[in-house]
Design a protein around this ligand. Structure first.
Ligand SMILES: Nc1ccc(Br)nc1
Length: 446
């Protein structure tokens, strides 16, 4: 591209505006609103975080999966008033198809399980780390994309599945230095609501919608919640009872209200007993007000929260036994969680747990003479073939420049290719941390 003339701002001279060639459009170099670039230092932190997600998933024997970021819009159309639906990043493509950028991974996972049908044997234990999108009016200035870690168990109806999922998240927290004093899990079951709604004669089809309204209980004034519940046709008396039950603070109190025969109490008791066996009892607490905002949960639901109450939910999940059948699949039980890449970084920052993730290079290889550039390439290849990382200096540079670059890329050593040494197949090596310097035959260099 032309340098556009213009010259330097010498005093007194008229600086002509840079010539932008007619087919060059000066672009905005920032990413689209609500999205992020990951420059190397950001990408190192992201890779550190995602590697922990993936290592924990593999530790638990889960297999990695992924799906297109673009899905048919229909996969996410649920008539339960969910925020995730209101903010769907959807559009019509050039083939006039209604498509959407996925706002979450679970529907895609359900779609793939149905697609695989009998060719996969249950239970499936799958995990994914994928970018998810929402179209948020920029008035709120929030992000429009984030990466979510998901782990899902398909085909296990017992609460042992949910208990294992929570154990995997606890394992992640421990690996990054977060303790039970920093975060906890609020645990409940939607079967509490289901048993109450049945008791009050509320039709099953309203269940998802009622849950979505109740999930907003801490974000909207209680009168607004009651009004929205009223619109679903639930009686005022039933609403009062419902809200009263959601403030219950112990399983025993809940049992007094629901009676001990229902599945809700049995599931929750079993979960707390398994938590003991998994060794994470101190991390979880019963909280009847947890319903989560996704319509498809049907049983145990849980969310990770910071005990200081300064941040939004760190993660959330639960059982979704009906989702696959709503897509025309078999009635296969399932549960899973989503764990976003944003709140956790805020929490790690807050706790002083963000890792120093520096670039690391074992070798900088440099020719001391421009005629030895080829030899330097041979040395670089020899080291790389041995699995060593090499930053090869690709042009003739003064040593001062090379030392500066070595410090910047955090190189462990300098490998210098000089005329005399190279004549007998040797190079000179300088270990930067100790200053130790020695000559070595290339064939012996490791
Ligand atoms: N579902 C969703 C997608 C993207 C962001 Br940012 N937050 C939530």
């Amino acid at each position: 591209a032309s340098d556009g003339g213009g010259g330097g701002g010498r005093s007194g001279s008229i600086v002509a505006p840079p010539v932008i060639e007619e087919n060059f459009q000066k672009i905005d170099v920032n990413p689209p609103k609500g999205t992020r670039d990951f420059a190397p230092e950001d990408m190192r932190l992201r890779s550190w975080l995602f590697n922990h997600f993936k290592e924990v998933s593999r530790l638990f024997g889960y297999e990695e999966v992924d799906f297109p970021v673009l899905e048919t819009e229909a996969l996410f159309i649920r008539k339960a008033g969910e925020e995730i639906r209101d903010q769907l990043y959807c559009f019509e493509d050039r083939g006039n198809r209604r498509v959407a950028l996925r706002p979450e991974l679970t529907p895609s996972l359900a779609r793939l399980v149905i697609q695989k049908g009998k060719s996969v044997s249950l239970p499936l234990k799958w995990f994914a780390v994928g970018q998810c999108w929402r179209y948020e009016r920029m008035t709120r200035g929030r992000r429009r994309e984030h990466y979510q870690w998901n782990m899902d168990i398909i085909g296990v109806p017992q609460v042992t599945a949910e208990a294992e999922l929570i154990s995997s998240i606890v394992t992640f927290f421990k690996r990054v230095g977060i303790t039970a004093s920093d975060v906890g899990f609020k645990v409940s079951s939607r079967k509490v609501l289901q048993e109450l709604l049945t008791k009050y004669g509320v039709p099953e089809k309203l269940f998802g919608r009622v849950c979505v309204i109740i999930d907003k209980i801490e974000k909207l004034p209680i009168d607004e919640i009651k009004k929205e519940l009223g619109f679903t046709g639930i009686s005022e008396d039933a609403i009062e009872q419902l809200l009263q039950v959601l403030s219950v603070k112990s399983l025993d109190d809940l049992e007094d209200i629901l009676g001990g025969a229902g599945e809700a109490i049995a599931d929750l008791k079993q979960l707390f007993s398994l938590a003991e066996k998994f060794g994470y009892s101190e991390w979880i607490q019963f909280d009847a007000s947890v319903v989560r905002g996704l319509a498809y949960y049907t049983g145990i639901v849980f969310e990770g929260f910071d005990r200081k109450g300064k941040l939004r939910a760190i993660c959330g999940g639960g059982r979704y036994d009906r989702l696959l059948s709503t897509y025309g699949g078999d009635d296969i039980p399932a549960c899973g969680f989503g764990f976003g890449d944003a709140v956790i970084v805020e929490l790690l920052k807050e706790k002083g747990l963000l890792p120093e993730v520096r670039q690391e290079v074992e070798n900088i290889v440099c020719a001391l003479d421009k005629d030895l550039q080829g030899a330097a390439s041979t040395v670089a290849t020899a080291l790389r073939d041995k699995g060593q990382t090499v930053d090869l200096v690709l042009e003739s540079k003064p040593l001062k420049w090379v030392f500066k670059r070595a410090a910047r890329v955090n190189a462990r050593r300098l490998v210098l290719v000089g005329k005399t040494e190279w004549e007998d197949g040797s190079v000179s090596v300088k270990v930067l941390s100790t200053g130790e310097q020695f000559q070595v035959k290339l064939s012996d260099l490791e």
